[in-house]
Design a protein around this ligand. Structure first.
Ligand code: HEC
Length: 122
């Protein structure tokens, strides 16, 4: 019985030490290619290729190698970076601004440059 009390005491001490601020926050985490893949599969693959982003999908073109600038512009705002020549002239894909926190993950998964930049992507 004494051992049980001791176990409870240890548990209470440990749980009191875990502060909210010790937990990783959304903004602090590093871009994660695996997370990017699951977002691609759940959100993009309906139109883009179902498993391989380097191939065309049933509705959307191949997007392997898309830079972070391109993803930010196209996915969040339905626009393109200045000077970028779009693969298609259509405007079928809607803006998905709720994916803001996922852009960095998508960029590392798709293998474009993951750092924000002012470069032209031609
Ligand atoms: C409703 C279908 C649909 C969904 C869902 C969709 N796309 Fe698209 N996407 C398209 C189509 C179609 C195009 C070609 C341009 C157009 O008509 O809008 C496109 C174009 C793009 C382009 C520009 C390609 C280029 O180089 O010109 C990128 C990047 C892109 N999509 C990324 C994504 C990502 C990332 C997701 C998931 C978060 C996604 N798309 C979800 C249909 C879709």
């Amino acid at each position: 019985m004494r051992r049980l009390y001791f176990a409870c005491f240890v548990f209470l001490v440990l749980s009191a030490c875990t502060k909210e601020s010790d937990l990783p926050t959304k903004t602090a985490r590093a871009p994660d290619a695996n997370r990017g893949r699951s977002i691609y599969l759940s959100t993009c693959a309906a139109c883009h290729n179902s498993s391989d982003p380097s191939k065309d999908g049933p509705i959307g073109p191949a997007i392997q190698g898309s830079s972070r600038d391109l993803l930010e512009a196209r996915v969040l705002k339905a626009t393109y970076p200045a000077g970028y020549k779009p693969k298609r002239k259509t405007a079928i894909m809607p803006a998905q601004p709720y994916l803001k926190a996922a852009i960095a993950d998508l960029a590392v998964f798709l293998g474009g440059d993951s750092a924000p930049s002012e470069k032209d992507h031609k």
